[in-house]
Write a protein that binds this ligand. Structure first.
Ligand SMILES: C=Cc1c2[nH]c(c1C)Cc1[nH]c(c(CCC(=O)O)c1C)Cc1[nH]c(c(C)c1CCC(=O)O)Cc1[nH]c(c(C)c1C=C)C2
Length: 569
C-alpha cells in the first residue's frame, strides 16, 4: 500500500481499468438527481471527529440544499485530534494528544482540504531528505537500530550484523513456499509472514511497524485488511517473489496497482491541481503538519461548516436509533434528555462501530448490527514531554518503535514507541528545546479496566527515556492523555464482518443509515477524510439513497491501475 501511495503522488493518469473500479466508473455515468434544489434531504451525522466534519464538508458541496446536523457526544469536535499550546517563558510549545503528522503520499485529498480551508500558509513540511525522514529506528534488542533506506542503496552490512533483521534471508526461498489453501479467507499478519517468510520478521520488524500504525498485535491484525496488495499477490501469483516480474513490467510501463479506495481522490486531484504554495511545500515532503498543530484543521473545518449553515450540536450523544418502516425515516434520541429529535432522511454514522451497534437495537434490546458489535479498539496513553535543553545527546530522526518481541520485563511500561517531535516536526514551537512523545499501551492494555493516571504516565515515560536513551533530565513541561478506544483494530475476519455489516445495514435500515470512518476503511486522518469523500461522492445520484459506505467489502479485493508516467515519457 505504501509503495503504491508513493507512486500515486507522481501519477499523471489513473485508468479505472481493474475489476470493480471499472464497474464503479461506468455506474457513475448513470447520473440522475434525486433531490431537487429547493427540497434537500435532512441529514444527521453522528460524531464530530475528523470523519464527521469532513463528511459534512463534502456533503455541503454535493447537496447544497440539504439540511446537515452534526451530533457530537463530547463537549468538543475533533475526536482524538487535539493540540494544546503550553506556555514556556515568552513562547509556547505545541503538544499533540493524538495524531500529529500527515503523509502527503497517502492522503491525496487532505492537502486540497487544507488549501480549501485557507491553511496552506500554516503547513510545516518535513523534507524527504531530512534526518526525520531518513532516520527511523527500531529498538532491538537493547539499542536503537536505524532502518536501512533502500533508495540510498545502503544497509547490506547492517542487515547481516543486527539481530533485528534475522530471518530476512527467507526472502530468497519464498518463491518455493506453497501458496495458501484456496479456502483460507484471512489470517493474521504474523501467520502470513511466518508462513511465507520467517516468524522472526513478524515478531521484530513487522510488529514494530504495526505498533506505529495500529498500536496493535501482529498476531491478531488481519493480513487481508491491512496488506491487501500482498494478500492479492500471493493469491494471484502463488508467491510474493512470483509477483515481481509482473510488478516490474507494470512499473516499466509507468503503472502500478493502487488502492481503489484512493480512486476518487486521484480524480479530484487531477481535476483541480494544488496551488503553488502547497505544491511547493509538499513536493519534497515526507510528512507535514500545521503551525498550531492538527487542531488547526479541525477548527477551520468547524468554522467553515458553521458559516455554510451546518448545525453542530456538542454534548449531544445519541442513545438510540431506529427506522420507521412506514416512512423509511430514521428516528433518534439524545441520552440526557431521553427526547426524540427530528427525523432524518439519512443518517451517517462516523462514531466507533461498536458504539453504533449499541444504539441500534430492536424492541427486545438485541442489536440490529451484530457484526459491528464485535469491533475491538485499543487505548493508548500519549505522553508529551518538553525539555529546555536543545542537545540531550539523542540521535536525530523521526523516533523509534518497540517491537512485540521485547520481553515484558524489559518493557514493563508497555511502551510502543517514542517520537522525537522537535526533529520530526521542526519549526512548530516558538521556544528552543527538545520535544518528545512516548506512546504507551495499545494492545498491551487489552482487557485492562484501569489505566495509569497522568502522573504515573509521565513517570513511566521518563523511565523509558532513561533506560533506552540515557535521558535523565527533568522536563519543563509534560502532559499525559489517556485516549480510550482510539484506534479500531482490523482483526482477522474484518473483511467478512464488514461485508455482513453491509448486509445488516441494508436489511434493517435500507441504506438510510450509512457509515464512514476509522472503524471500517483505515485508521489514519487521511483515511478518515478519504472515507468521507468516498461516501458522499455520488450523493446527488439516485443510487446514493441505498448506499451503506461498505460497498467495497462486497466481492473481491479491488485495485485500480495507477499511471505515474504517460506512455512514451
Ligand atoms: C498517537 C499515536 C498513533 C499511533 N498510530 C496512529 C496514531 C495517531 C495512527 C497512524 N500512525 C501512522 C499511520 C500511518 C499512515 C498515516 O496516516 O500517516 C497511522 C494511521 C504512522 C505514524 N506513526 C507515528 C507517526 C509520527 C506517524 C506518521 C507519520 C510517519 O510515518 O512519519 C508514530 C507512532 N504512532 C504510534 C506509535 C506507537 C508511534 C511511535 C513512534 C501509534
Amino acid at each position: 500500500m505504501l509503495l503504491c501511495a508513493n507512486h500515486v503522488t507522481r501519477q499523471l493518469i489513473l485508468r479505472p481499468s481493474y475489476s470493480g473500479a471499472r464497474a464503479w466508473v461506468s455506474r457513475r455515468r448513470d447520473v440522475r438527481r434525486h433531490y431537487s434544489e429547493s427540497n434537500g434531504p435532512n441529514i444527521a451525522i453522528l460524531g464530530g471527529g475528523i470523519t464527521g466534519l469532513s463528511t459534512a464538508f463534502y456533503l455541503r458541496e454535493a447537496l447544497p440544499s440539504s439540511k446537515i446536523t452534526i451530533y457530537e457526544g463530547s463537549d468538543r469536535v475533533g475526536g482524538w485530534i487535539r493540540s494544546t499550546a503550553k506556555g514556556i517563558g515568552s513562547g509556547d510549545v505545541i503538544f499533540e494528544h493524538g495524531p500529529r503528522t500527515l503523509r502527503p503520499t497517502i492522503g491525496l485529498l487532505t492537502p486540497h482540504l487544507i488549501e480549501d480551508l485557507g491553511l496552506a500558509q500554516d503547513v510545516i513540511a518535513t523534507r524527504r531528505d531530512a534526518p526525520a525522514s531518513t532516520n527511523r529506528y527500531i529498538y532491538y534488542p537493547d539499542h536503537l537500530v536505524r532502518m536501512p533506506m533502500p533508495q540510498a542503496g545502503e544497509g547490506i552490512s547492517q542487515v547481516w550484523n543486527e539481530p533485528l533483521f534475522e530471518g530476512i534471508g527467507s526472502a530468497l526461498t519464498e518463491w518455493f513456499v506453497s501458496t495458501r489453501p484456496s479456502n483460507l479467507q484471512d489470517e493474521s499478519v504474523a501467520s502470513f509472514i511466518s508462513r511465507r517468510l520467517d516468524r522472526r520478521m513478524a515478531d521484530n520488524m513487522v510488529s514494530a511497524l504495526l505498533h506505529g500504525i495500529y498500536a496493535g498485535d501482529v498476531n491478531q491484525l488481519s493480513m487481508k485488511s491491512i496488506f491487501p496488495l500482498l494478500w492479492y499477490y500471493e493469491g494471484r501469483y502463488g508467491s510474493l517473489v512470483g509477483s515481481i516480474p509482473s510488478v516490474w513490467s507494470n512499473l516499466r510501463s509507468g503503472m502500478m496497482l493502487g488502492s481503489a479506495r484512493e480512486y476518487q481522490s486521484i480524480l479530484d486531484r487531477q481535476r483541480k491541481p494544488l496551488g503553488s504554495t502547497l505544491k511547493e511545500k509538499l513536493s519534497r515532503a515526507s510528512v507535514y503538519t500545521l503551525k498550531r498543530g492538527l487542531t488547526g484543521l479541525v477548527s477551520a473545518l468547524r468554522e467553515r461548516l458553521l458559516s455554510r449553515g451546518v448545525t453542530i450540536h456538542e454534548n449531544t450523544p445519541i442513545s438510540a436509533l431506529s427506522m420507521d418502516s412506514a416512512t423509511e425515516k430514521i428516528e433518534y434520541q439524545i441520552t440526557s434528555a431521553g427526547k426524540s429529535l427530528p427525523q432524518a432522511d439519512q443518517v451517517i454514522s462516523t462514531v466507533f462501530s461498536r458504539h453504533l451497534a449499541n444504539i441500534c437495537k430492536d424492541g427486545s434490546g438485541t442489536t440490529l448490527l451484530p457484526s459491528f458489535g464485535e469491533t475491538h479498539a485499543v487505548s493508548v496513553m500519549v505522553v508529551n514531554l518538553f525539555f529546555q535543553e536543545s542537545d540531550l545527546g539523542m540521535p536525530e530522526g523521526f523516533g523509534y518503535l518497540i517491537p512485540q518481541s521485547i520481553p515484558i520485563d524489559q518493557n514493563p511500561e508497555r511502551a510502543l514507541g517514542v517520537i522525537f517531535d522537535s526533529c520530526a516536526t521542526s519549526g512548530q514551537d516558538s521556544v528552543s528545546g527538545t520535544k518528545l512523545t512516548v506512546i504507551l499501551g495499545g494492545h498491551w492494555w487489552d482487557g485492562w479496566t484501569e489505566f495509569p493516571d497522568e502522573e504515573e504516565g509521565v513517570s513511566m515515560a521518563r523511565a523509558i527515556l532513561s533506560r533506552h536513551l540515557g535521558l535523565n533530565a527533568t522536563p519543563t513541561a509534560t502532559q499525559a492523555t489517556l485516549q480510550r478506544e482510539c484506534i479500531p483494530q482490523y482483526l482477522v475476519g474484518h473483511w467478512s464482518r464488514m461485508e455482513k455489516g453491509h448486509q445488516e445495514l441494508k436489511q434493517h435500515f435500507k441504506g438510510k443509515l450509512k457509515v464512514a470512518g476509522s472503524s471500517y476503511t483505515g485508521v489514519g486522518v487521511n483515511d478518515c477524510i478519504q472515507s468521507a469523500r468516498n461516501l458522499v461522492v455520488d450523493a446527488d445520484e439516485l443510487a446514493w439513497k441505498d448506499k451503506t459506505g461498505l460497498e467495497e467489502f462486497t466481492g473481491d479485493l479491488r485495485f485500480a491501475e495507477v499511471y505515474f508516467r504517460t506512455r512514451g515519457e
